[in-house]
Design a protein around this ligand. Sequence first.
Ligand SMILES: NC(=O)c1ccc[n+]([C@@H]2O[C@H](COP(=O)([O-])OP(=O)(O)OC[C@H]3O[C@@H](n4cnc5c(N)ncnc54)[C@H](OP(=O)(O)O)[C@@H]3O)[C@@H](O)[C@H]2O)c1
Length: 258
Amino acid sequence: MIKEKFNLTGKIAIITGASKGIGEAMARGIAEFGATVIVSSRKQAAVDAVAEQFQSEGLSAFGIECHVGNAEHREILVKKVMEKYGRIDILINNAGTNPYFGPIHEMPENLYQKTMDVNINSAMSLSNLVYPIMKAQGGGSIIHISSIEGFHATKLMAAYNISKTALIMLGKNQAIEWGRHNIRVNTICPGYVRTKLSEALLSNEEVVKKFEANCALGRYSTPDEMAGLAVFLASDASSYMTGSTLVNDGGLLHAPLF
Ligand SMILES: NC(=O)c1ccc[n+]([C@@H]2O[C@H](COP(=O)([O-])OP(=O)(O)OC[C@H]3O[C@@H](n4cnc5c(N)ncnc54)[C@H](OP(=O)(O)O)[C@@H]3O)[C@@H](O)[C@H]2O)c1
């Protein structure tokens, strides 16, 4: 049955940056389809709260703290999941940051580095940690959360744009290198989703005006509108998809020029 391909029962999924926003919504969706989700973010209390909420709804979840920019945290995350569950089927590299709004020539080196460490370098390192595990298991699904900002330049957000473009290419390279081990790697590019991260942008009147004029659906997305795609990519329903970059943006990238 095709429907059965969406079933994630018995799968173990790690979702970074899952204490709120898009990560939390994807974790919920994946858990609702039967997987055990490892809810991860920088704060143990925050991930425990989400995991407990999920558990109270009959879902299978466990919280593990991990600052994705910290190599030791990444190793501990994967080690703890292996000790507790013995396998990792799904990794969603979702944690992201955008600490600098300003011109490129004034960008502080440390903020550029932080953006790269959290948005791209961590995704490569975490993927490398799960690679031998997935290979030994006979496969797995890795999903990167990039952005439409990986496709087009945005004034004053250069580091974020660069990191999100790099993430798209990381996924393509991993896909061609790891496909023979049945490890699929795909990337989701959300448009504008109302979350804490987008708060600053969406409270800027000029941005909002332009957005409303250009977005085909004429509205922002809610985090849960990103979850279906994550469930699909995590599951066997997408068993022939790898190296894909999927845009979920209400038609914003297709904005007419005039
Ligand atoms: N919102 C949008 O419009 C939009 C559009 C396109 C792409 N995206 C991408 O979607 C992803 C999620 O964004 P969001 O909008 O859902 O953001 P959000 O609501 O601000 O949530 C970010 C999550 O990441 C965690 N986090 C932040 N820094 C972290 C770090 N260094 N290590 C581990 N966890 C960390 C936060 O939890 P703690 O504070 O507990 O660590 C939180 O759970 C990001 O990659 C973002 O670039 C968002």
